[in-house]
Design a protein around this ligand. Structure first.
Ligand code: UD1
Ligand code: CA
Length: 494
């Protein structure tokens, strides 16, 4: 029977331990790596096995952890381990929570973010094919310190697992370690759990004692060695968090390159686990693609750009910008130095240019906001052009309101749109207009008064300065000798 067809596959994820070395108010398994919590990665791997049930054992800060697990999947069974008496005790609590199950039980830990579903699947399939009572996923490591060692007899058969603290000096020389991932025949596990004692140096109920118990029962046990031991590596402190985070990122970036994405500088490119990229996307240095960001083919992102939960259309260009929950249409351009806040929706071929901030704004196909503007709570029609330095004044101090700009409207520089207000299709504004009333289609709104020039102002008000000298020179060149403001001829010799 293969794992995929198993009628009774249970995955138990242990996450009751404290994780004190993280020195964090956040529970260890809730720390994020590549856009998911550590336990999120493990549950994703578990789910990939298509098990009949997943049980998570929670203990320390269990409100925090349970809430997060429920968000990830309401189907996950939560088992509470009041006191952390050891891995054997934790699994006992989990088995009590699921009741009478048969088939295979796989035990994993919640703090191994690199674990892949495929590795679990292969492990469980081998365990089932060999009809073993218990299988251990082992690894060969250079420095086995701290791990349980896999002990084999002269025939090479697995006899037991001994924990670091309980091992003899010779046993400590063994470099084959218990990754912590075990597979069981459910019936055997149920019979073995009550027989695990805690007479060891930690005074804990060790799940690993099940190996020796199975041997005593004359049952088959075995080990499956995983080549890629990092998949089973747990995070205990922040240094490991960073190291495994960088490794996971390296793996994700490498996978995308193999799938046809150009990454100019993998070392400064960060891509979260749930990001989706298409072939021929190009990512320039210093770029972070986070959350559930999706980028379509031929788009070029970066350098120095962060996109979180964004959707980027084919052929779009995003330069040195920060965007969150924004949708950018095909062939659209963004940046440099743009800030797209949630609810920004830029149409195909549109433009959000330099030093522009947007929020809750729909900018139609081919519409452009090229320079130095704030666009909040707006609907801008297709083909419209918003002049430099335009402010969508969406907040009246109490409430926020929307502004609508019609199709192919052309508004001039330094306009202010005081919402709620509507500028009709094909309408426009003069420079510096403060729009407080709706502008009908095709109309030009101007709000500043006629311009008045106070002649020769600089000559008296700025007398003796470079400004007034420049003015005098220009006037002299135009009119001959300058007449002073008092009407007298300038008597200076030329
Ligand atoms: C365990 C294994 C060891 C293995 C190592 C791999 C045992 C006895 N030892 O040792 O052979 O090499 O993992 O990393 O199994 N947990 C609970 N409840 C408990 C105790 C632990 O949920 O009562 C959880 C912890 O949160 C953790 C995991 O089980 O995720 C492992 O526990 P830990 O105490 O770290 O075991 P190790 O000493 O590392
Ligand atoms: Ca550990």
């Amino acid at each position: 029977m293969s794992a995929g067809q198993s009628t009774g596959l249970t995955v138990i994820v242990l996450a009751a331990g404290g994780g004190t070395r993280m020195k964090s108010k956040t529970m260890k398994v809730l720390h994020p790596i590549a856009g998911r919590t550590m336990i999120g990665h493990v549950l994703t791997a578990a789910r990939a096995m298509q098990p009949d049930r997943i049980v998570a054992v929670v203990g320390h800060q269990r409100e925090q952890v349970s809430e997060h697990i429920r968000e990830l999947g309401p189907d996950v069974v939560l088992a509470v381990q009041e006191e952390q008496l050891g891995t054997g005790h934790a699994v006992r609590v989990a088995m009590e929570a699921v009741g009478d199950t048969s088939g295979t039980v796989v035990v994993a830990y919640g703090d191994t973010p690199l674990l892949e579903g495929e590795s679990l699947r292969v492990f469980a399939a081998e365990h089932e094919a060999a009809e073993r009572a218990v299988s251990v996923l082992s690894g060969i490591v250079d420095n086995p310190f701290g791990y349980g060692r896999v002990l084999r007899n002269h025939e090479g058969d697995v006899e037991a697992i001994v924990e670091e603290k309980d091992a003899t000096p010779e046993q400590r020389e063994v470099c084959e370690i218990n990754s912590g991932i075990l597979a069981f025949d459910a019936e055997f596990l149920r019979s073995a759990l009550p027989r695990i004692g805690n007479d060891n140096s930690k005074g804990e109920y060790y799940l690993t004692d099940t190996i020796a118990i199975a041997r005593e029962d004359g049952l088959t046990v075995g080990a499956h060695t995983i080549e890629d031991v990092m998949q089973t590596e747990g995070v205990n402190d922040r240094a490991q968090l960073a190291r495994l985070g960088a490794e996971l990122n390296r793996r994700i970036v490498t996978r995308w390159m193999h799938d046809g994405v150009t990454v100019m500088d993998p070392a400064t490119t960060w891509i979260d686990a749930d990001v989706e990229l298409s072939p021929d996307v190009t990512i320039l240095p210093g770029t972070q693609l986070l959350g559930t960001t999706v980028v379509a083919e031929d788009a070029v992102i970066g350098p120095d750009t962060t996109l979180k939960d964004c959707e980027i259309g084919a052929g779009a260009r995003v330069v040195r910008s920060h965007a969150e929950l924004a949708v950018i249409g095909g062939e659209a351009t963004v940046g440099p130095f743009s800030y797209l806040r949630p609810g920004t929706n830029l149409g195909a071929g549109g433009k959000i240019g330099a030093f522009v901030e947007t929020k809750n704004a729909t900018i139609g196909d081919g519409a452009k906001v090229p320079h130095l503007s704030y666009v909040g709570d707006a609907d801008i029609g297709e083909g419209a052009n918003i002049g430099a330095g335009t402010i969508f004044a969406n907040f009246d101090g109490v409430d926020k309101h929307r502004t609508k700009v019609g199709r192919h409207a052309k508004t001039a520089s330094n306009s202010t749109f005081v919402a709620p207000v509507e500028i009709g299709d094909g309408a426009g504004t003069g420079a510096g207009t403060v729009v407080r009333r709706d502008v009908p289609p095709g109309a030009l709104a101007v709000s500043s008064g006629p311009q008045r020039n106070i002649e020769r102002w600089a000559l008296t008000k700025r007398a003796g300065t470079a400004q007034s000298r420049a003015a005098e020179e220009a006037l002299a060149a135009e009119d001959g000798p300058v007449v002073g403001p008092d009407g007298e001829r300038d008597v200076a010799e030329s």
